[in-house]
Design a protein around this ligand. Structure first.
Ligand SMILES: [Zn+2]
Ligand SMILES: [Zn+2]
Length: 323
């Protein structure tokens, strides 16, 4: 079968690989559609080099169960269910866990062996393309729940890529007033469409100064979804005293906390717990991912899909790959 295989930086190729071995309680899932994530691009660009060569990449996708024909979205975390973290509902941090597409083979393959507990049914109203973009919805739900904003709170979202735009949508559902920051106007226009009250182009104005002018005290909650050390380092100056900051795009960077008294900072990257709710919100049309899909390619043209996702001139948000 065909699969997208990591062979090193700038070297992810569609290759012929053996069919997966289906063991124990696993079932075979036939790939339908998946999306390229910023994480995949970190590996493609050689920014993260710890992935094993020969690994099949991809961790956000849907498919069809070979045993019963059910359309399903796949959760990439393999967890034991019994360790310290699993027992506390934190299976993301399972001590015996694996992350498919990173530390074990992932989803960009014609067939995938999955445990049924990692599969959630996709309702008829949700297209394959929408079900290919569930991971960032689940992440946005997890992050906004963790931030626990009050109605009317200021939520500043740095970076309006696919993840940032979903944070904007969920923050609005939570009753927040959203300030969206990005360097690119086409992304800020979408942020406005999704309900951001203020859009700041950080290439044109001082984002920290502007946020402090708007909020007067600093933002109640802040999400870093741009993925750069520079934006991580801005967060203590954006948040109000005793506010909360989620670092979602990047975790490295020096935090100068002198004015951020009692503010809470945390990182988070994926949450399997929110997948069913994410799919439900897509079915109810309460969260939109269709507007985030900018490009479509077949699995056979995966390399072109990656190059497009990595090329700012193409104005990519979500690049979807189909069977
Ligand atoms: Zn991802
Ligand atoms: Zn565990």
């Amino acid at each position: 079968m065909k699969a997208a295989v990591y062979r090193g930086p700038r070297n992810i190729k569609v290759a012929e690989v053996p069919e997966p071995r289906v063991s124990g309680r696993q079932v075979l899932v036939k790939f339908k559609a998946g999306s390229i994530c910023g994480t995949d691009l970190h590996f493609y660009r050689g920014e993260w080099r710890w992935m094993k060569r020969g690994r099949i990449i991809g961790h956000d996708a849907c498919g069809v169960r070979a045993d019963n024909g059910e359309r399903v979205v796949m959760v990439p975390l393999v967890y034991c269910g019994r360790c310290y973290y699993c027992l506390r509902g934190l299976s993301t941090y399972c001590m015996r866990g694996k992350f498919m597409g990173l530390t074990s083979d992932g989803f960009f393959a014609e067939s995938i062996a999955m445990r049924p507990r990692n599969l959630f049914s996709v309702p008829d109203g949700v297209s394959d393309e929408e079900a290919a973009v569930v991971e960032p919805v689940a992440l946005a739900l997890h992050v906004m729940d963790a931030l626990k904003p009050n109605v009317g709170d200021w939520a500043t979202i740095i970076g309006q890529g696919a993840i940032g735009l979903l944070m904007t949508q969920i923050a609005r559902m939570k009753g927040c007033r959203v300030i969206a920051i990005d360097l690119l106007d086409y992304r800020l226009r979408l942020a406005e469409k999704y309900g951001a009250e203020f859009c700041i182009n950080a290439a044109e104005e001082d984002a920290v100064k502007r946020v402090r002018e708007i909020t007067r005290r600093g933002s109640d909650v802040v999400v870093e979804a741009a993925g750069s050390e520079q934006t991580v380092q801005q967060t203590p100056f954006l948040v109000r005293k005793a506010g909360k900051v989620a670092l979602v795009g990047e975790s490295k960077g020096y935090l100068n906390l002198e004015d951020a008294d009692e503010a809470v900072f945390f990182t988070t990257y994926i949450s399997p717990v929110e997948y069913p709710l994410a799919v439900q919100l897509l079915a109810e049309k309460r969260v939109d991912v269709k507007g985030l899909v900018t490009h479509r390619f077949s699995l056979a043209n995966f390399e072109q899909a990656l190059r497009t996702a990595d090329n700012p001139a193409e104005k990519p948000l979500k690049v979807v790959v189909t069977a």
